[in-house]
Design a protein around this ligand. Structure first.
Ligand SMILES: NC(=O)c1ccc[n+]([C@@H]2O[C@H](COP(=O)([O-])OP(=O)(O)OC[C@H]3O[C@@H](n4cnc5c(N)ncnc54)[C@H](O)[C@@H]3O)[C@@H](O)[C@H]2O)c1
Ligand SMILES: O=C[C@H](O)CS(=O)(=O)O
Length: 495
């Protein structure tokens, strides 16, 4: 096993790259199975690192140690926990370039986007390092003269966590930070496609003073082993999952055996609506960031673009012109705006959506399926003449494909926008304030961007409704998912 020289040469602090897992108090370079798996660069197919493929035995060990470590961690004050998390934040910022390099190498996104992701993930550390001191309870007027009522909040305990490959650093920080802030311990499974970013954050967490055993990061390819162990192990009191709705359903069913506390950040199918009175140029820029950030591999990406008839051609022409100007290439190449997709399955799904739409009458006005770079590269594409009968209307594309639907009335577009089992994010551009409020209230989504295509921030509650899940990450609401409420009733208090 050896980390790729190409990657190592780009990194200052080479200790950040671990061909190991953090299993309780130990970094283990070997699993009990003796099996290993490779992490590859989606742009070049180069093998970046070889990691041990851990088993349920190591997951159980990590949970045992998390159970013990959590008691001491919870006994610390919020201020003490805040100081450790703040140091983790400071170290993340200090290692920004190395962390971004690791991220681009294993996931492919352009280096500039990787830096943004690292800063975005760090913002959750900063935010929850502050929230750690603000886990307030309540006093409630007694229901009898001798009674006094107090509500306190306590950490749920050991948390199991699972994240996807598309934001391999920020999704990790968005779960670890609130869990540690309120006094939980956490056993984490990153996506096997992109584990290096999570491992690098674990190295920095250790340096920041996160106690041994409190945080484990378990590289494993048989994801179901992780789900099985976490959901069956009575020491685990909560599971937080970010990923597809399909897997979320599986885990919800498994966790029901223990009536486990859950957070589910699942799939999306975001409508992006442009009304006749919108600022079309602003709407085009909003569509660019919402649709093509991370090459469209984002749960809150615009998936269906609805454009009112009066501006349809203008919007389509301007969007197509912007998309044709994108610089596509390796994430490390200067100026790259669209990198490779994460793997051939992702490319195949985008190609299938394009071909399915064109076969039913849609037109390609920018891009198309076959990019000359081949491999995991695909043209960012704009389709016109798209209808609700096409696959792209019902499925999450998760790639750089912008399908444009034409609509007439507000009533029609609300009906179309809500005609999905998903409810994560939605966007619309309009100026009339009455229409803005009516549309914002009518859209069945957890998050709505109004005259903006970028809504993700640590200060706001991130999450969905319907089959996009439940629970919120970030904001003052974000700690609730890691806390239990306890009601204390003091009786016999006669003066
Ligand atoms: N709502 C959000 O905040 C959010 C954010 C990012 C991605 N997503 C969604 O994630 C999906 C893309 O990511 P993906 O392809 O990695 O999703 P995925 O559901 O295939 O995998 C997500 C994670 O779950 C793990 N996993 C799979 N089966 C498991 C099992 N039985 N037990 C335990 N873990 C298991 C995977 O290894 C991975 O780490 C999209 O649907 C996207 O919308 C949602
Ligand atoms: O894929 C969706 C993640 O939540 C990333 S972001 O929060 O939208 O940046």
């Amino acid at each position: 096993m050896a980390v790729s020289a190409t990657l190592l040469n780009k990194i200052k602090d080479k200790d950040l790259i671990r061909e190991a897992g953090l299993i309780g108090k130990e970094w283990l370079g070997q699993s009990r199975s003796g099996q290993f798996f490779q992490v590859t660069n989606p742009s070049t197919s180069e093998v970046l690192a070889t990691l041990p493929d851990f088993t349920r035995a190591e997951i159980a060990k990590a949970i045992d140690e998390a159970y013990v470590a959590q008691k001491e961690w919870a006994a610390r004050t919020g201020k003490e926990r805040a100081a450790v998390i703040r140091r983790w934040y400071d170290l993340t910022i200090a290692n920004l370039d190395d962390l971004a390099t690791i991220l681009t190498a294993e996931m492919g996104k352009p280096f500039a986007e990787s830096k943004s992701e690292i800063l975005y993930g760090a913002s959750y550390m900063e935010w929850f390092g502050e929230e750690a001191k603000r886990v307030y309870g309540d006093t409630i007027p007694g229901h009898a003269r001798d009674k006094r009522i107090v509500v306190i909040k306590q950490p749920v305990g050991v948390v199991g966590a699972v994240t996807p490959w598309n934001f391999p650093s920020a999704m990790v920080a968005r779960k670890i930070a609130p869990a540690l802030a309120v006094g939980c311990s956490i056993v984490f499974k990153p996506a096997a496609l992109t584990p290096l970013s999570a491992l690098a954050l674990a190295v920095l967490a250790e340096r920041a003073g996160v106690p041994a055993g409190l945080l484990s990061v378990v590289p494993i390819t048989k994801s179901s082993d992780f789900g099985d162990e976490v959901c069956e192990n009575e020491k685990v009191r909560k599971l937080t999952f970010t990923g597809s709705t399909e897997v979320g359903r599986t885990l919800m069913a498994q966790a029901s055996a223990q009536v486990m506390k859950l957070s589910m950040e699942l799939g999306g199918n975001a409508p992006f609506i442009v009304f006749d009175d919108a600022d079309v140029d602003a709407a085009v820029e909003g569509a660019i960031i919402s649709k093509f950030r991370n090459a469209g591999q984002t749960c809150v990406c615009a998936n269906r673009l609805y454009v009112q008839s009066g501006i349809y051609e203008e919007f389509a022409d301007k969007l197509a012109r912007r998309v044709k100007a994108f610089k596509i290439g390796d994430g490390f190449a200067e100026g790259t705006e669209i990198g490779p997709l994460v793997d051939d399955r992702a490319v195949a799904k985008v190609r299938r959506h394009i071909e399915n739409a064109v076969a039913q009458g849609a037109s390609i006005v920018a891009g198309g399926p076959d990019h000359p770079l081949g491999g995991n590269f695909i043209w960012p594409t704009v389709l016109t003449g798209v209808t609700s009968k096409m696959a792209v209307a019902r499925e999450e594309t998760f790639g750089p494909l912008a399908p444009l639907f034409r609509f007439g009335t507000v009533k029609d577009v609300i009906a179309m926008a809500n005609d999905t089992e998903f409810g994560l994010a939605a966007y619309f551009y309009a100026k009339d304030i009455g229409r803005v409020w009516a549309v914002a209230e009518a859209l069945e989504y957890g998050m709505v961007g109004i005259n903006t295509g970028l809504i993700s921030t640590e200060v706001a509650p991130f999450g969905g409704i319907k089959q996009s899940g439940f629970g919120r990450e970030g904001s003052k609401y974000g700690v609730d998912d890691y806390l239990e409420l306890k009601y204390l009733c003091f009786g016999g208090l006669t003066s």
